[in-house]
Write a protein that binds this ligand. Structure first.
Ligand SMILES: NC(=O)c1ccc[n+]([C@@H]2O[C@H](COP(=O)([O-])OP(=O)(O)OC[C@H]3O[C@@H](n4cnc5c(N)ncnc54)[C@H](OP(=O)(O)O)[C@@H]3O)[C@@H](O)[C@H]2O)c1
Length: 360
């Protein structure tokens, strides 16, 4: 497979650090640029991160002394050094959109973790096992931006990366109508550790700004279809969500209640989950889990600590599937929020874009 030079914009942050560690030995991608704010620019990666390193594995040796570039002021220079960039920055929506478009217009594709462009109609928001075909809208986006290569593609919010994969394979045959979901989200989702957020020890906070709206709205774009030059979101399933922050380092759990048009049997649901695979598996992308959804029959599984790293943190774990008195079924599911839910999901999307010829 062809080799690609890549950059990490926001390399010093929580998601940026994840990118650095999972790209260290990537078979296709070679990290040539690390960039962050002007506060970090000019420093070595090691010095710029300082005591903010939040990974359980050490910083990649060959990145320690790389000099951080200025993400905002070095766009042209960076675009000349890499084939595309990953982007994870904590800027406002408008600032992020402007930054991502600046890279795209410099003919440098952007694979983004940020939410700013998730509802831009010609920006694909992709879970490669589910809606890989949405990347075709990039042609329309390039027309709008006036670019030959440059575009922005995004991955969806981390909260929904467990329950959307569990519901999607059930929809075609049984019709997913109504979904009620409560998420229990790790503190790394806020870019934090227990050292930087000690108030979270022994605590639950019943509010995560903007998260419930994302958890209800983003699945509809993933379920949507390309019409003309844009992706038109679906109008069903109907989602309602409550999102809680819990005292966990990594791993978002979701408790899901679902109503179907045609109620399946428990065995039919389990069979759909077991058989579910998508374009990512078909193309044998390096970061794709072999088995996308694992079901655990034991009553006390999945557990965040035990299952979050399944298949390199890229697989989804489900459990406790049973009938409900108000809805048809209820179950729990779990995904790693900074791997499948953030950097890993973006790397998988980049692999899809490379395999389908969008990075050439
Ligand atoms: N954490 C998660 O699990 C998760 C999951 C999905 C999506 N996301 C999204 O990913 C993005 C990053 O999240 P995070 O948790 O990694 O945040 P973070 O730890 O706060 O890191 C933010 C990064 O943005 C950089 N930055 C700040 N201002 C900048 C500027 N003016 N120009 C360029 N870079 C700038 C920071 O650089 P300095 O170090 O120089 O300040 C740092 O590298 C956010 O949009 C977040 O919503 C996060």
């Amino acid at each position: 497979m062809k080799q690609y030079n890549v950059g990490i914009i926001g390399a010093t942050g929580m998601v940026g650090q994840r990118f650095a560690t999972i790209l260290e030995n990537h078979p296709w991608f070679n990290v040539k640029v690390l960039a962050a704010s002007e506060r970090s620019a000019g420093k070595t990666y090691k010095d710029a991160v300082g005591d903010r390193w939040a990974m359980t594995v050490p910083m990649p040796k060959d990145m320690e002394d790389m000099i951080i570039m200025d993400a905002d002021n070095d766009v042209e220079k960076i675009a000349g050094m890499v084939d595309f960039v990953f982007c994870a920055v904590n800027l406002t929506k408008d600032e992020t959109k402007k930054l991502e478009e600046k890279y795209a217009k410099a003919e440098c594709p952007v694979v983004s973790n940020n939410s700013a462009n998730r509802h831009t109609p010609d920006v694909p928001m992709v879970i490669p096992e589910i809606n890989a075909d949405h990347i075709k809208v990039i042609d329309a986006q390039r027309k709008r931006l006036g670019t030959k290569r440059g575009f922005v593609a995004v991955k969806s919010n981390c909260s929904l990366q467990s329950y959307v994969p569990a519901l999607y394979p059930l929809d075609a045959e049984f019709g997913v109508e109504d979904v009620l979901v409560c998420t229990y989200q790790a503190i790394s989702g806020a870019g934090k550790t227990f050292d930087t957020w000690p108030e979270m020890m022994d605590n639950v906070i019943p509010y995560i700004g903007g998260e419930e709206e994302k958890s209800e709205k983003e699945p509809l774009k993933i379920w949507g279809e390309i019409k003309g030059d844009e992706i038109v979101p679906a109008t069903k399933p109907h989602f309602t969500a409550q999102c809680l922050r819990v005292a966990v380092t990594d791993g978002h759990m979701a408790a899901v209640f679902v109503r179907f048009k045609n109620k399946p049997s428990k065995e039919q649901i389990l069979e759909k989950w077991e058989q579910f695979s998508g374009r990512a598996q078909e193309l044998e992308l390096p970061s794709a889990p072999k088995q996308f959804i694992y079901y655990f029959a034991e009553d006390n599984l999945p557990q965040t600590k035990l299952q979050r790293n399944l298949e390199g943190g890229m697989a989804i774990s489900c459990g406790r599937l049973r009938e409900d008195t108000q809805y048809d079924y209820k179950f729990v599911c779990l995904s790693h929020n900074t791997l499948r839910g953030a950097a890993g999901g973006a790397v998988l999307l980049a692999e899809l874009l490379c395999a389908e010829g969008y990075m050439d």
